[in-house]
Design a protein around this ligand. Structure first.
Ligand SMILES: NC(=O)C1=CN([C@@H]2O[C@H](COP(=O)(O)OP(=O)(O)OC[C@H]3O[C@@H](n4cnc5c(N)ncnc54)[C@H](O)[C@@H]3O)[C@@H](O)[C@H]2O)C=CC1
Ligand SMILES: O=C(O)C1=N[C@H](C(=O)O)C[C@H](O)C1
Length: 267
């Protein structure tokens, strides 16, 4: 039996690349989508996915009323993501979250909802394999070097800051050890914002500029030596497709909330 998938944000930049991946996957059936502007249309026609009808709904409530599916993929915006995810979990539907901008508090709520409904959520700040590797290398480095900061770069129109990639990395590294603050905020002379934000005990800086796609740097320093781990995405959404397909396949294999694609990979 194929896994029936509904994608929220299916007509967006990331969602449309994933829709093609799901539609071409032998183990999945793309049965519906949620997207406000194209609501009422057929996603198969909108994205040229071949014959068949893949209804697009305006909102999660209508999709849940009119459609049977096993997995919701959330790929919209932080403000709509929580509503979509909580509604799906309440109905017992496993959920993959790609949307960035969700806070630690949001994840606490999501975890509670998933546990209560005995469902599963796989939240992935960045589905690209090379980012998963950067996370792993950074965790190795943070074990030995507590002196580190994160820099997240993105295009000028990215609304969420820090990026989902930076948030997930900060969360993971803080579980290894928090980053050293050599001069405390109280002792700092000048403009405290210039030192970036403290996120779960990790110093994070976000740059938003034209000409930039998405990059993340984890920079580590010791006396007279430094280490930079940097990942750069290209311009297309292709790097996120394979990882998201793996997440859809694996989300039903556990209960509760798991964060990071590596949690369902073999390392
Ligand atoms: N985890 C990962 O690897 C990746 C995460 N992202 C994140 O995914 C999210 C989407 O990114 P993009 O595709 O670039 O955005 P986009 O703006 O191109 O697409 C967003 C889609 O969501 C829909 N949408 C927005 N609000 C909605 C609502 N209230 N109800 C129904 N549909 C709604 C829009 O119509 C659109 O189809 C962002 O948070 C982005 O940071 C993007 C790429 C990879
Ligand atoms: O907004 C984007 O484009 C992306 N957002 C995600 C993030 O916030 O990290 C992941 C990916 O890098 C693309």
């Amino acid at each position: 039996m194929p896994i029936k998938v509904c994608i929220a944000g299916a007509t967006g930049w990331a969602g449309s690349a994933l829709s093609k991946g799901v539609a071409n996957h032998p183990g999945f059936e793309l049965v519906g989508a949620i997207a406000r502007k194209k609501a009422g249309d057929n996603l198969a026609e909108v994205l040229d996915l071949g014959p068949g009808n893949i209804p697009i709904f305006a909102d999660i409530d209508t999709a849940l009323e009119q459609l049977q599916f096993d997995v919701l993929v959330e790929y919209t915006k932080p403000d709509s993501a929580m509503k979509n995810v909580l509604a799906a979990l309440k109905k017992g539907i496993n959920t993959v979250i790609g949307t960035s901008g969700l806070t630690e508090q949001d994840y606490k709520k999501i975890e509670e909802a998933a546990t209560t409904a005995n469902t599963s959520v796989l939240a992935v700040g960045n589905f690209a394999l090379t980012v998963v590797l950067l996370q792993k290398f950074s965790e190795m480095a943070a074990k030995y070097i507590p002196n580190y900061e994160l820099i997240d770069y993105a295009h000028e129109s990215k609304i969420d800051s820090p990026s989902g990639t930076a948030r997930e990395l900060a969360h993971r590294l803080s579980n290894v050890q928090e980053s050293t603050l050599f001069v405390s905020e109280a002792d700092l002379v000048g403009i405290k914002e210039s030192r970036g934000a403290r996120l779960e005990g990790v110093q994070v800086h976000s740059v938003r500029l034209p000409g930039h796609v998405i990059s993340i740097e984890a920079i580590f320093g010791l006396k007279d030596e430094k280490l930079t781990l940097r990942h750069d995405s290209g311009a297309s959404a292709e790097p996120y497709v394979q990882g998201a397909l793996l997440a859809i396949e694996k989300v039903g294999t556990f209960k509760g909330l798991q964060r990071g694609l590596d949690s369902v990979m073999d390392f």
